[in-house]
Every structure is written in structure tokens, then in C-alpha cells.
Write a protein that binds this ligand. Structure first.
Ligand code: HEC
Length: 122
């Protein structure tokens, strides 16, 4: 009885070790060029619908810029604050204030419109 228990405990420990090792190896592989979290499935879907073929990393970078730079002088605006038609003008107006170049500005706009689609369940 006691031996059985020991065997079970060892088996569980062994399994735990093996799975830890596996996920550590996987993490290493995924570390490759950009160690960033993936887009949420909803955002990825919205991005694919609005901008077919867009690189997910562009939307992720847009999100990072938006959350990192657009809430510095005022609160971070909600992506639903403006209409789809108004956002491009607002972002062009704010881009110099946030020191965004044209490429960054484009990524921020793409992120905002995709996130807006998600929020408005478009
Ligand atoms: C350097 C400070 C600064 C940064 C950075 C900044 N803003 Fe602003 N933002 C302002 C000021 C000042 C106003 C008020 C402008 C006015 O009404 O004349 C404003 C107004 C706004 C408004 C309201 C506009 C309206 O029509 O009333 C929105 C939306 C906005 N900003 C979005 C953004 C976004 C998106 C970013 C990032 C790309 C950003 N802001 C970055 C200073 C900033």
C-alpha cells in the first residue's frame, strides 16, 4: 500500500517535471523575433475583416502606441468616443502632439478602428 502511494506520487512528480520542461522549451522557440502577446481573437477577427492580410504585429503596435501615448495629456479616449468617420481626422490632429510618425499614426488608426469594431460588435 505504502509502496503504491510512493509510486503514484513519483509518477505525478515526474509528469509535472516533464510538462514544465516542455512549456519552457516552447517559450524559447516563440521568443524568436517579437516576444509580444498575440491579439485577442476578437481583435484579430476584426482586423482581418477590416484590413485583410494586415500584419497582427501592426495592430499590436498600434495598441501599444495608443495606450502608451494617447493618455498622457488627457485620459485615454475610449475607442468608441468618436465615429469611424471622425477618428482619422482626430488622430492626424493628435499625432504631432504624441510624436507619431506617419507609419505609427497609421498603425494607431488601424488599431482604434478595429478595437472600435469589436466594442460596437460590428
Ligand atoms: C501633448 C499632449 C497630447 C497628447 C500626447 C495627445 N493629446 Fe489628444 N488632446 C490634447 C489637447 C490639448 C486636446 C484639446 C484640444 C482642443 O480642444 O483644442 C486634445 C483633445 C483630444 C481629443 C478630443 C478632440 C475633440 O474633438 O474635442 C481626442 C479624441 C484626443 N485628444 C485623442 C488623442 C489621441 C488618439 C492621442 C494619441 C495619438 C492624443 N490625443 C494624444 C493633447 C494631447
Amino acid at each position: 500500500m505504502k509502496i503504491n502511494k510512493i509510486i503514484i506520487v513519483s509518477a505525478v512528480l515526474l509528469a509535472a517535471c516533464t510538462s514544465t520542461k516542455k512549456s519552457a522549451d516552447t517559450a524559447k522557440v516563440n521568443e524568436a523575433p517579437a516576444a509580444v502577446a498575440a491579439l485577442s481573437p476578437a481583435l484579430a477577427k476584426a482586423a482581418g475583416t477590416r484590413y485583410p492580410g494586415v500584419a497582427h504585429t501592426d495592430i499590436m503596435e498600434g495598441e501599444k502606441l495608443y495606450t502608451g501615448k494617447c493618455g498622457k495629456c488627457h485620459g485615454l479616449p475610449a475607442v468608441t468616443d468618436r465615429t469611424e468617420e471622425k477618428w482619422p481626422g482626430t488622430i492626424s490632429w493628435m499625432a504631432p502632439k504624441a510624436h507619431l510618425d506617419d507609419v505609427q499614426k497609421d498603425k494607431v488608426l488601424k488599431y482604434v478602428l478595429c478595437a472600435r469594431d469589436v466594442a460596437t460588435k460590428k
